[in-house]
Design a protein around this ligand. Structure first.
Ligand SMILES: [Zn+2]
Length: 356
């Protein structure tokens, strides 16, 4: 996502909440979402039990930029505790993304601070949110529990020191994008003019990620970088990228790339960034169906998931302006695909391909 849209949103100041009020709100949210699901199941033939795995959001960046925000509030976050509970989240990935206006060693410190926020603000206050690092931990979640997982979007904070990358893995990061849109010590991002691939250190990094059994994320990488990563590891995903033929944006993947991911049985997270879905505006949920159909037409029906990019976008798909919108998306998916396929897109495909 083009991050400059977020910068400057730092003046949100929610009212301080007391512990009691916080607990009471959680209770109400829990019961309202349960009731909502119950009635939908009874009268609307809805999608009770449709679990969601979302491979990418930037809520940590917002929490980091606005220290007064809590994770509770759906007013300031597209991914919030309330939204996750209401819309059937089962696993949400949280990207550590250090923006380009942070330079030098402050980048690694910022990454550590975001990881601290993840544990302090997303995990600790909510007994039904568990940090997960393995497929086993995801499969072991209780019915009412939501798993949250750390990912890294861009290795800028690592600079030229892979010990830092190792440290981030030890803290729980399970998927690593080598770059954001521009170059760093490891590789070139998709908007870097020279369009190079990986540096020697980048190659080392991918080998390290492979040895640690975690995912290398090719979203944001140049095409040459993409092919180098594909040579180096089978533990690869594109966490939030769409189909280039349907929407000609440098962040989207061309047919050869999509086919190569499918050949590796790797996952592609369809993303809700409106200008990665369509060159027209406004963008409707139906556009998402087109991208899914296209990837499925290559035999990739089990390789499709979602990486919303919520909290990294200010423009949104109509009806899908926060995690609450997953309800509408699932309803639309059910008109076009079998129950089994929809369960795959929403949750199972990603989970079945976890290598850690
Ligand atoms: Zn991104």
């Amino acid at each position: 996502m083009f991050r400059n849209e977020i910068i400057g949103k730092g003046n949100l100041a929610p009212v301080e909440e007391t512990r009691f009020f916080h607990g009471l709100k959680n209770l109400i949210v829990n019961y309202t979402s349960k009731l909502k699901r119950f009635f939908r199941n009874c009268f609307l033939g809805g999608h009770v039990g449709m679990k969601v795995f979302d491979a990418h959001c930037d809520a940590l960046l917002k929490l980091w930029r606005n220290p007064e925000l809590t994770f509770q509030s759906s007013h300031h976050l597209q991914v919030s505790y309330q939204g996750l509970k209401a819309a059937g989240a089962k696993v949400q990935c949280f990207a550590v993304f250090v923006p380009d206006d942070i330079v030098g060693d402050a980048r690694f410190q910022a990454a550590l601070d975001m990881i601290d926020l993840f544990y302090e603000k997303v995990v600790k206050p909510y007994p039904d949110i568990k940090s997960v690092r393995t497929r086993e931990e995801i499969e072991g979640l209780e019915e009412d529990e939501i798993g949250v997982m750390l990912t890294l979007e861009g290795c800028g904070p690592v600079a030229n020191d892979l010990t830092r990358l190792q440290t981030l893995l030890r803290l729980g990061v399970r998927s690593v994008g080598l770059t954001w849109n521009y170059a760093n010590d490891l590789a070139d991002g998709v908007l870097e003019e020279r369009q190079a691939g990986l540096s020697n250190l980048g190659v080392e990094a991918v080998k390290m990620l492979d040895a640690e059994k975690v995912w290398t994320d090719v979203s944001h990488l140049t095409e040459s970088g993409f092919w180098e990563v594909m040579e180096l590891t089978n533990r690869v995903i594109a966490s939030h990228s769409n189909v280039k033929v349907l929407c000609d944006h440098p962040r989207n993947l061309n047919d050869r790339q999509i086919q190569a991911l499918i050949k590796k049985d790797a996952m592609m997270g369809i993303t809700f960034v409106p200008y990665f879905l369509s060159e027209r505006s406004p963008v409707h949920i139906k556009e998402i169906i087109k991208h899914i159909d296209y990837v499925a037409s290559f035999g990739g029906v089990r390789n499709i998931g979602f990486g919303s990019d919520f909290d990294g976008i200010s423009e949104t798909v109509k009806g899908l302006d926060s995690f609450f919108g997953y309800d509408k998306l699932i309803n639309e998916l059910q008109k076009h695909f079998s129950e089994d396929e929809v369960r795959g897109f929403c949750f199972e495909n990603f989970v079945e391909r976890i290598t850690f």
